[in-house]
Design a protein around this ligand. Structure first.
Ligand code: NI
Length: 294
């Protein structure tokens, strides 16, 4: 091949190369446009499918609700299942430091409960009061004051009846009454129950929808009614304990006035049962019995 011919060949080669580049670019662009269009159509279809799915789920829920309501005999609506109220939990507690839950049964009683609430508040402390429903209206101010100071108000039934001797229907009625009177004053239902006389049976486990809270330190304050004897029962309190007392006796208030600063000095955080369970990671279930926070 001559020199001149070589140059012409190169030019022609260059021309055909740019044509090929343009053609392949056009093909690639075409493929991209088609792919996008396909994707759009697919998304559109999916959206419609989702919509119809949501619709069917909603109608299934409604059906379920209807059958549930139909199953319930009239007038025996069960006490609601109540979960721990996270909004009541103090967020500034130290999970590394020991905690103890003081609990008070059989109140409210203005002369004793108010003393206990006062000393708790003074020492950044809280407790749980298992109140008897039939006392709640008479001592509404006392209970409201304890509640407003951040204490947990739980239930000890309406009439302090022995639930283990009752039929399911009676258990429900007893709790329903207790819930109603407490909600009227605090604006919310209790989330925990302490069964009177510490009695529990299978019927109760099946019927009661909130956790049942026992104790692992019994001060026997109702028997001794003696401040020093109550305090000696609290000597070996440890992390996670639930302590049983009664806000009915001035001797109990006197003991608590000594005990609270003493426990604080030892490094204890005095918490509600809700707080204890929250920080110890206990997911308390309805109808189950709990003795401590460990
Ligand atoms: Ni009691």
């Amino acid at each position: 091949m001559s020199k001149g011919n070589k140059g012409k060949d190169r030019r022609e080669q260059g021309d055909s190369r740019s044509i090929w580049i343009m053609i392949s670019a056009a093909v690639v662009l075409g493929i991209v446009i088609i792919a996008m269009a396909v994707q759009l159509v697919r998304l559109n279809r999916q959206g419609e499918q989702n919509k119809s799915q949501i619709k069917t789920e909603a109608s299934v829920d409604q059906e379920k609700k209807k059958t549930k309501e139909a199953e319930k005999p009239a007038g025996t609506k069960e006490p609601e299942e109540e979960k721990i109220r996270v909004e009541h939990i103090r967020k500034d507690l130290d999970p590394e430091k020991p905690m103890v839950a003081l609990t008070f049964d059989d109140g409210p009683y203005d002369r004793v409960t108010n003393r206990i609430v006062k000393v708790l508040a003074k020492h950044d402390s809280r407790a749980t009061f298992f109140v008897v429903g039939n006392r709640v209206e008479r001592y509404a101010d006392t209970m409201k004051n304890a509640y407003n100071k951040g204490n947990q108000i739980a239930t000890h039934t309406f009439d302090h009846g022995d639930l283990s001797k009752m039929k399911k229907k009676q258990i429900r009625r007893e709790l329903k009454r207790a819930f109603r009177v407490m909600k009227k004053i605090n604006g919310e239902n209790p989330t925990m129950l302490r069964p009177p006389y510490g009695n529990v049976n299978d019927k109760m486990r099946q019927t009661i929808r909130i956790p049942m809270i026992y104790w692992n330190v019994d001060t026997e304050d109702w028997a001794s009614r003696n401040k020093d004897k109550i305090l000696s029962r609290c000597k070996s309190i440890k992390d996670g304990d639930i302590v049983l007392m009664h806000d009915l006796y001035p001797s109990t208030a006197a003991a608590v006035e000594k005990l609270v600063p003493k426990l604080r000095k030892k490094g204890f955080q005095l918490v509600t049962v809700e707080e204890l369970f929250y920080y110890k990671g206990i997911d308390a279930k309805g109808g189950k019995v709990y003795f401590n926070g460990r």
